[in-house]
Design a binder for this molecule. Sequence first.
Ligand code: ADP
Length: 470
Amino acid sequence: MSIRVRLTIWYGSALVLIMLLFASSLYVVMSQTLHDQIDHSLEEAAIAAARTLEEHRFGPFLLMEDLTQSFPELALLDKFFQIFGPGGQITLQSANIQTHNVPLSQVALQAALTGQETFESVRFQGAIPIRLLSYPIRRGETLLNILRVGTSLHPAEEMLHRLVIVLFIASPLAVAISMLGGWFLAGRALRPVDMMTLTAQRIAAGDLTQRIHTTSTDEIGRLASTFNDMISRLQASIRQIRQFSADASHELRTPLTIIKGEAELAIRKTRTPEVYRDVLTSNLEEIDRMSRIVDELLFLSRADLGEIKIERETVQLDVLVQDIHQQASILGQGRQINTCLVENEPIQIQGDEWRLRELLLNIVDNAIKYSPPHGTVELRLIRNESMVQFSVTDHGIGMTPDEQSHIFDRFYRTNNARAYAQQGTGLGLPICKWIVEAHHGHIQVDSLVDQGSCFTIILPLLPPTKPVKS
Ligand code: ADP
């Protein structure tokens, strides 16, 4: 059952309950008020009649005429009067009751004897409902007469009956109109949800460009924009995964094509042993490159899965930097690149020596790779309050700001770098970033095209202490 139907049913049921409560309270209050009014008018009529009786000293019985003269409204009220003797025998009654007999009840007589008035409701001739007031007229303690005033309850009952009919017709009508309104309002309120469902269905069918159009800032609007954000992130992740797969296949296909091409060329005719050696050497280089890519990819996917453990041991960083400096000098020898160790403060940190060596070597190797022949690379290791800062500066090809924002993406290589250095996978810096972050540090780059780059690694001297769990 849809929310819209359920809302309308709840709304309708609540309204039926309210209407029932309202109608029954209205009926009870109306009926009570009408009866009170009738009793009150009977009492007023009785008091007026008693006074008239006393003035006439029970002389000529002009009761009705006198009463209607003194109180003209009484004539309109459809009342009848009876006067009973102290024993309860009828002595006089007004003309409008004609010859009908409405005897005094024992209860009324007993009450009159003790000076109390009595209200009674009876059915006149077994059909017409009437209300009677028996009113004692006494002199001192002696009961002289019992005056009875009666009126028909028929108009009041007729009125209540009409009220019931009106309520019976009006209530279901009000409920029906309100339910229609509820159905309409629920539909309007839930329309954005329907739109979201439709968009979600399109997205599920594969169209990630779909978004929910919303301008409102209410609960539904907020849900829609959260949903849109989620889809944008999903779209970006999927794009990244696709890009990654395309890049990975491309990077692996290139060495494979080279190996295949060289091998095919070599076996086309008989060659000298030197040519075969050259081809095999070149093939081995490509195989090395491929296995490097596979190793690096494996490392990154294991890092993503949290399977790589980082050791926490004391590392003498300045000694490590010294080692890297020596290796860099060897690496730069071929193109006469000079690596200078400008600063090397003695510093100890807690970390994984093997991974830190890999990290520093990668950055230094890049600096050499992207420097021109006879260039200089400077290494600096300094302490900065509770942090340690290792920077590698080169005066090589450099990068644009846009390129700098992508160099930590997997397989990303600038066009300049591709043209400058054939060797390279575009996986070194993502691995470096992971190692730095695993040591609770961060890596940053400042670079200018054709001027050079400076990579800075900032690591905490002590790893952050984890809160102790009790
Ligand atoms: P690669 O194996 O291509 O060097 P990296 O992940 O180490 O892969 O680096 C990614 C890219 O960042 C490089 O291809 C290059 O475009 C850029 N890069 C890295 N270091 C430098 C540097 N010192 N100077 C200029 N560009 C650099």
